[in-house]
Write a protein that binds this ligand. Structure first.
Ligand code: URA
Length: 238
């Protein structure tokens, strides 16, 4: 279910603000009934008419991208850098569900469905995000415990994380740490390691909720299956 003004705006007729005016003026109908309530919720099966003319609602689309390095996770970039939207061929107006840094790789979902995006991003849903961080040095046992219990970044304590050593490369003195968090603070994983004195040399998101990379190569994407979409939308029922 989505707000009426948003659906009208997404149909490309006008801006959201102007759509609100149209609703207030009483020229918007939903299933044959005039609706003046701002924020009235409509579903994809509802028929919406503006000025007596049926609007075309955008079909909902869902993608899983293996984000490469050197791409921003925004719809547009003021520095004109390549965005994740440029990597996906689709005419609907999609946006990324959350963000990965310019140099972070891995699982990134994109959609034009606000309910889907919100279900994955809302803190109350506690969605697992699994990262592998390549850091300099050998991580101390006490630092595993600190990350697991939560540490202070940006004056706030992080929620408990699951942390384990994947590999330590003795020759290069580099560790690969698997860390699972469910929050999404800005640069969270990098900051968590930096507070403890480690530098994150590479960061990859291996999984978000049920979505892993499997055989998706860097820069490749695939549409989600109906079953996968339902699992995310059903998070609302929990
Ligand atoms: N944490 C980070 O520091 N960067 C990301 O891109 C994602 C999580």
């Amino acid at each position: 279910m989505e707000r009426l003004q948003k659906v009208i705006a997404n149909a490309g007729i006008t801006s959201r603000r102007k759509a609100e005016d149209l609703i207030s003026k009483g020229i918007v109908e939903v299933n044959g009934k005039i609706i003046r309530e701002l924020g009235y919720k409509v579903s994809p099966s509802d028929t919406i008419k503006v000025n007596g003319k049926k609007i075309k609602t955008e079909r909902k689309v869902y993608f899983l991208l293996n984000k490469p390095r050197g791409v921003v996770s925004t719809v547009e970039d003021d520095k004109e850098r390549k965005t994740v939207i440029d990597l996906i061929s689709c005419k609907e107006r999609i946006y990324p569900v959350g963000r990965l840094d310019y140099d972070t790789t891995g699982v990134l979902l994109l959609t034009n469905d606000g309910v889907f995006a919100n279900n994955l991003m809302h803190p109350s849903k506690k969605i697992d995000k699994v990262y592998v961080a390549k850091i300099n040095g050998k991580m101390k046992t006490e630092d595993f415990l600190k990350l697991e219990n939560g540490i202070i970044i940006d004056n706030q304590k992080t929620a408990p994380a699951k942390v384990r050593l994947k590999k330590y490369d003795k020759d290069k003195d580099i560790s690969y740490i698997k860390i699972t968090i469910h929050e999404g603070k800005n640069h969270q994983v990098k900051k968590m390691f930096e507070v403890l004195g480690y530098r994150v040399l590479k960061l990859k998101r291996e999984r978000e909720f049920i979505f892993g990379l499997n055989d998706l190569a860097s820069g490749e994407y695939r549409p989600l299956t109906q079953e996968e979409i339902k699992m995310v939308l059903d998070l609302n029922k929990k």
